[in-house]
Ligand binder design. Structure first.
Ligand code: ADP
Length: 249
């Protein structure tokens, strides 16, 4: 990427800024949760006597604090991996790959997107057996984040996102289907192009799918998409099993 000069650097920076939005959004929304929880705790503790029902409330609030810590931890891991992968792209030396279970990566992505999805999107998990793959978990997190976020953004009000995993022909397969409006046949060929977007908002930069395709192809895999307009879309990520991907290098 570096030999392509300034425009590549701009693209890298724009991509990084785009990808940082989700973990930063999670941390920002957690800050509000923290402030509310702390002010309720202070209210309860303001008078010196704490009764049984208040102890229950305190337990609930401490559980909330515990969840906030867990989500912040995932968000910080994602930011750390993003910075490491941006650095490794720029310096072109390989970051260290790990053997990972993509179901665990999906779960941490979902944890991070919790505040975007709750109340509106039902997430159905149909996880089948999955062999481990060798990859940068933070980059896979980025891919799933892009796909799940896109699915949630195209669903107008309430809807469903179904996530399936299985093993097929030497590949670990992850499918993300949504109950959104689907994709017009003409657009299907262009959605992975950098800069293609149908979103009217500022966040629509047409980067997410291009970045995701690039990440997966660098691991010897591919992303497929199927859609019938009016019946939602399915994005399928195929990553070679650990043995195949090391043989391919
Ligand atoms: P952006 O999200 O900034 O538009 P992406 O590269 O992530 O960029 O997506 C490009 C375009 O692909 C979107 O604007 C949208 O038109 C289309 N798209 C992506 N995912 C879906 C989906 N699940 N359903 C319908 N259209 C989609």
């Amino acid at each position: 990427m570096s030999e392509q000069g300034d425009s590549s650097l701009q693209q890298l920076m724009a991509g990084l800024a785009h990808e940082l939005n989700t973990p930063l959004g999670a941390i920002r929304s957690n800050r509000d949760v923290l402030q509310r929880a702390i002010s309720r705790l202070l209210d309860i503790l303001a008078d010196d006597v704490v009764d049984a029902s208040e102890i229950e409330q305190i337990r609930g609030l401490v559980n909330t604090l515990d969840e906030v810590v867990e989500i912040d931890q995932v968000a910080v891991d994602v930011i750390t991996d993003l910075v490491a992968s941006a650095r490794s792209l720029w310096q072109t030396d390989e970051a260290v790959k790990r053997s990972v279970d993509l179901r665990k990566v999906l779960d941490s992505t979902l944890l991070l997107l919790g505040h975007e999805l709750k109340h509106r999107i039902e997430v159905v998990k149909e996880y089948g057996d999955l062999p481990t793959v060798e990859c940068l978990p933070g980059q896979m997190n980025q891919v799933f984040m892009n796909l799940i976020l896109n699915a949630s953004q195209v669903i107008p009000e309430k809807g469903t996102i179904t996530i399936r995993t299985r093993s097929s022909d030497g590949y670990a397969v992850v499918e993300i289907s949504d109950s959104g409006p689907g994709i017009a046949p003409d657009d299907l060929e262009r959605i992975f192009d950098v800069g293609f977007t149908t979103k009217q908002t500022k966040s629509g930069m047409g980067l997410g799918l291009g970045i995701s395709k690039d990440i997966i192809e660098r691991q010897g895999g591919r992303i497929e998409v199927e859609s019938t307009p009016g019946e939602g879309a399915t994005f399928r990520v195929l990553v070679p099993h650990a043995a195949e991907s090391s043989a391919a290098r």
